[in-house]
Write a protein that binds this ligand. Sequence first.
Ligand code: GRG
Length: 279
Amino acid sequence: MFEEKISLINQRLINILPKGSFPQKELFKAADYSLNSPGKRIRPLLVLTTLEVLKKDIKLGLDPACALELIHTYSFIHDDLPCMDNDDFRRGKKTLHKAFNEWLAVLTGDYLLTYSFEIIAKAKGLDSEQKVELIKVLSECSGGKGLIAGQVVDLSLQLKDADYKTLEFMDLNKTAALFIAAVEFASIIAKIKDKERKILKEFAKNLGFAFQVIDDILDAKVEDDQLPSKVDVVSVLGIDEAKKLAKKLTLQAEKSLRKIKRKSDPLLEITKLLLDRKI
Ligand code: GRG
């Protein structure tokens, strides 16, 4: 059902980076290494699928959708660095700082972050007002009251200080913020009314939070008998409560979709796929 859109996204991501013999060609090689590694492409898929539900040409959203995947990739590259999560593997390959080196990984993250805004500014078929609005949403969702806020709390949180409210804040920012950006992108491109836009935003908030809770559950399964190595929904609430929470958030996301007066089956399908996912 989603193969065609994912292939469109992957094709564009392959072509979106500059090709040629630039003095800084190592930067583009490193960006390509991370960006074009096998990711699920959920955030750009959410942009295109929301546009489909809103009955708007999905091609109009392709470049903004890819910009979101660049932000997601930058966040992984920086999160994997020794000064943050210090990971050796990502998406089945060596992390960027292991495959290349640390300073290039920092700069590649910086590059993907800045380039994502350039992509939106140059996107075809959108008017200036739409572009400003897309940039506003993207800077808010990926900034100090979005993705970066979530990461700061994630890196500083101690198990003894972790209550539900703090976990919710962390997950809404480090994960749900980019899901919200995705549906907001589609709402801006389709120029829908505020009332419907608000409902879709609520859908994305619950979907993104559920996605993170499911991620924590899947991580706990991998770690299995080991002591919980990080502070997350599973280590704080326990696996059974985490599963109940994922189900509750998913039902809330589905409820929002039923409130919009459109045929929203593809979005319901994504919601179900994410709840049942194994990776
Ligand atoms: C460095 C500002 C900054 C933020 C880092 C991305 C991140 C925040 C931390 C990495 C670890 C983590 C648990 C992120 C939360 C979001 C999440 C569950 C990401 C996994 O996303 P998927 O499953 O990954 O969509 P793929 O590889 O499929 O794209």
